[in-house]
Design a protein around this ligand. Structure first.
Ligand SMILES: Nc1ncnc2c1ncn2[C@@H]1O[C@H](COP(=O)(O)OP(=O)(O)OP(=O)(O)O)[C@@H](O)[C@H]1O
Ligand SMILES: [Mg+2]
Length: 477
């Protein structure tokens, strides 16, 4: 019986797995099957064909892993497929690869530990939820039947500081899944047909970067005091609470977004956006951390008001921000999910720079008299920029701010705006709420200052609407 089973492994010889390894693989399989009576390791219906379906299937990536690789992480190792199989094979090869087997279930981890001891593998079982681990490193990451590809890519992007290659086992819809991912990720990949299942594929991925499309957003309205900065600060905070990494760029010499996020716009300790735009500092040197997690800022101060005059001779000055920002974002490989730019209340050079650098715009509209008049002028400017400098620019949405339920005018402006801009106007409106004007003096987004006030609730709901909007972009794309 055993002899005839061993024969079934002979396919592995073509992948440089030696015959001497087969008995160990077969022993692992029989331990797996006997444990499967007690805990659910593999589906019962696959037990009969487990040599092909599980062992050979896992082993088939052997020849795409370099023997000199130092470390390999198996995401959601489960029953040790492929982690234990690979660790057995590479041990026999005399390789020094260290395998980290991540598995959060205790029962499965216990099984994995037994296997590691039994076969004396160079492997460690990490009974942890990998999504809670940070700064992970591995030369190779493998995953088989773990999570959907999008989720895995997000995990790699957020939680890994280093990896060379990702090797994934994808099911029937493998190629379609990859195409779907290419909409939001830049990556190099190679698809390999599965040896054991004509419908499945193995995919090798490297150089993973998030596509920044739609993610640089300017909050703009040339009218003063309409809630631009308040929206930047609180949307940024709302996104950060949704686990998105956000960079706020304060592009207003008033520096209100800077102080509203708890940094100073007078002392010169920080490099500010002025240094970046005048060419003395790089973006990465000008990014400051705030006290809030996932939320960084490039500060601003009054120096910025000199930029227009100082760059008067530079014909390409409208592109300065875009060039620096794109170069930084490309190099950094998608550290941020969103960049929010707070614009000054004018249609000056700074605003033009923001329009040129952005993928989309968010326009806060104060629900008061004449609110729509200013918008017409803004739209003309946007159209001019689209023709000349940034054809892809679009208005992502219009947010009604300082809404006063008791004031008839608010309702009228709302109706007019919705009639005119239709679905571009967000369903959520921001009410007039004194807490919103108090929070900046404490250097805090209102949703951290008083999370239950009406202003906070409106910005939290607005953030959800903003994120949901993105899902609809993705399905439309
Ligand atoms: N919904 C609101 N309810 C009450 N006060 C608000 C609200 N939104 C903003 N404010 C307050 O109104 C003032 C102007 O808001 P904000 O600074 O956000 O506008 P802005 O458009 O960025 O202004 P500027 O054009 O000067 O940059 C601030 O004092 C702010 O705290
Ligand atoms: Mg402002």
């Amino acid at each position: 019986m055993i002899e005839s089973n061993l024969k079934k492994y002979s396919q592995l010889e073509t992948l440089n797995v030696s015959r001497e390894t087969f008995p160990a693989l077969e022993e692992f399989r029989s331990l797996l099957l006997s444990e499967n009576k007690k805990i659910n390791l593999i589906s019962k219906s696959t037990e009969k064909e487990s040599i092909n379906r599980h062992i050979i299937d896992s082993a088939q990536i052997t020849d795409i892993i370099d023997i000199n690789t130092k470390s390999c992480i198996d995401l959601g190792s489960g029953s040790g497929l492929p982690g234990v199989v690979l660790a057995i094979i590479f041990k026999k090869k005399g390789s020094k690869i260290k395998f980290d087997l991540y598995e959060k279930s205790q029962k499965k981890s216990n099984f994995l530990r037994k296997m590691v001891r039994h076969f004396k593998l160079n492997a460690e079982v990490k009974q942890k939820n990998i999504f809670e681990e940070r700064e992970l490193e591995a030369d190779i990451i493998v995953a088989r039947a773990f999570k959907p590809l999008q989720t895995i890519l997000e995990l790699i992007d957020k939680n890994f500081v280093h990896y060379n290659r990702l090797i994934l086992f994808l099911g029937k819809s493998g190629k379609g899944v990859i195409n779907e991912c290419l909409k939001s990720w830049k990556l190099d990949y190679e698809i390999i047909e599965s040896l054991t299942d004509a419908n499945s594929v193995i995919v090798k991925i490297s150089n993973l970067k998030k596509n920044m499309k739609e993610k640089i957003i300017s909050i703009i309205n040339q009218k003063g005091g309409v809630g631009k900065t308040t929206t930047v600060i609180n949307l940024a905070a709302g996104l950060s609470l949704n686990n998105k990494k956000v960079l706020v760029i304060d592009l207003d010499p008033q520096g209100n977004a800077t102080t509203g996020l708890g940094l100073s716009n007078v002392d010169q300790t920080y490099n500010s956006i002025y240094q970046v735009l005048s060419g003395t500092k790089k973006i990465n040197e000008a990014i400051s951390k705030t006290r809030f997690s996932n939320l960084d800022v490039i500060t601003s101060n009054v120096d910025l008001s000199g930029l227009e005059v100082e760059t008067a001779d530079d014909r390409r000055r409208a592109y300065i921000l875009k060039e620096k920002l794109t170069a930084y974002l490309n190099d950094s490989g998608g550290v941020y999910d969103y960049v929010l730019i707070d614009c000054p209340p004018s249609l000056s050079l700074l605003t033009v720079m923001a329009l040129v650098a952005s993928h989309s715009l968010l326009v806060p509209l104060q629900t008061e008299f004449f609110a729509l008049e200013g918008i017409t002028q803004l739209i003309k400017t946007i159209d001019r920029i689209k023709v000349g400098l940034n054809p892809e620019l679009m208005i992502r949405g219009i947010l009604l701010t300082m809404y006063d339920k008791r004031n008839k005018l608010s309702g009228e402006v709302e109706t007019e705006a919705r009639n005119y801009f239709k679905q571009k106007v967000y369903k959520n409106v921001v009410p007039r709420n004194v807490r919103l004007s108090e929070a900046p003096s404490h250097g805090m987004p209102v949703i951290f200052y008083d999370k239950n006030c009406p202003g906070s609730k409106s910005y939290i709901n607005f953030t959800e609407e903003f994120l949901a909007q993105e899902e609809s972009f993705e399905t439309a794309a």
